[in-house]
Design a protein around this ligand. Structure first.
Ligand SMILES: [Ca+2]
Ligand SMILES: [Ca+2]
Length: 303
């Protein structure tokens, strides 16, 4: 009976923990980013998501720098979705034809999410650059391309095409690529409708809060699509090549507690903690999550 009562108290501690948005769990083992993601999803909820300054403070107060071996940096759940290219025109958004220039897309400086064409081949580029562009006009029986000799950002070019024609041009095959090339004067860069999303959290949280270190993200060696928090710099973010081995941070989310700890209230209510019902609940909790002590509760020493 004493053991059961202890568990009830521990459940209370865990209920307190469920009030925080993210409970961070540092893992002081070296893994590449993909391995770290699998580990976190297996043992906890996901790689760490950082949504506001409160989360940053929580990370900094949770880390144990004496256990870090790799320059005090740990993977978090942020990554650059470099394979998310799609077309502005919804009916062609999945079209897979690509005509990249050799070495492109290179995502120079981690800043290139939109695409222009120069004499046929394509280049990724910052969307805020001003270029002339090509619209697609699908209103007649055949699709026609229209060259707009007026430099705009990619987003403004998209709006212009949607207002005056159908959309920024989709290029579905080499024949269409050639049509556009013939339409545009030689040596002129033109936006086409290809673009991508960039930074994403692995758990699907919105990427609105940012906490990049100065001069990051920089995509220094051309393959830096994963993000680590630098604990020498208050957990500021840096992008790194994903196959580097680092310590990492998982989180346990509120829904995790709800899923795994919905029994705690029942435990408290059980009039006889030694009853079969209570024991069954305890066993269930242990089976659900043997690491529960590591997630802020003090249960491991009970059994
Ligand atoms: Ca580029
Ligand atoms: Ca970097």
């Amino acid at each position: 009976m004493e053991k059961a009562l202890f568990i009830i108290a521990a459940s209370g501690l865990c209920a307190v923990a469920s009030d925080v948005k993210h409970y961070y769990q540092f893992v002081y083992e070296l893994k590449n980013w993909t391995e770290a993601l699998s580990y976190c999803r297996d043992k906890y909820t996901d790689l760490a998501t950082v949504e506001d300054f409160e989360d940053v403070q929580m990370l900094n107060s949770t880390v144990d720098l004496s256990k870090m071996t790799t320059g005090n940096r740990a993977w978090i759940g942020l990554y650059d979705d470099v394979n998310s290219w799609r077309w502005s025109m919804s009916e062609n958004s999945e079209a897979e034809f690509r005509n990249w220039s050799p070495g492109q897309p290179d995502n120079l400086g981690s800043a290139e999410d939109c695409v222009w064409m120069l004499d046929g081949p394509w280049f990724d580029s910052p969307c805020a650059n001003l270029y002339r562009f090509v619209c697609s006009d699908n209103r007649g029986s055949t699709r026609t391309f229209v060259y707009i000799n007026n430099p705009m950002t990619w987003a403004n070019a998209q709006s212009y095409c949607r207002v005056h024609y159908t959309d920024l041009a989709s290029v579905r095959n080499m024949t269409e690529n050639q049509k556009i090339d013939n339409l545009v004067p030689g040596g002129v860069r033109v936006w086409i409708g290809l673009f991508r999303e960039s930074w994403k959290w692995t758990d699907g949280s919105n990427y609105s809060f940012t906490y990049w270190k100065t001069k990051e993200p920089n995509n220094m060696n051309g393959t830096e699509t994963c993000v680590a928090a630098n604990f020498e710099e208050n957990a500021k973010w840096e992008n790194w090549t994903c196959d580097r081995k680092k310590e990492f941070v998982c989180y346990v989310g509120k829904h995790y507690y709800l899923k795994h700890w919905s029994f705690s209230q029942s435990l408290v209510l059980a009039s006889d903690p030694a009853s079969l019902y209570s024991r069954l609940l305890l066993v269930t909790i242990y089976k659900l999550h043997p690491d529960v002590n590591r997630a802020g509760c003090t249960i491991s020493n009970v059994i």
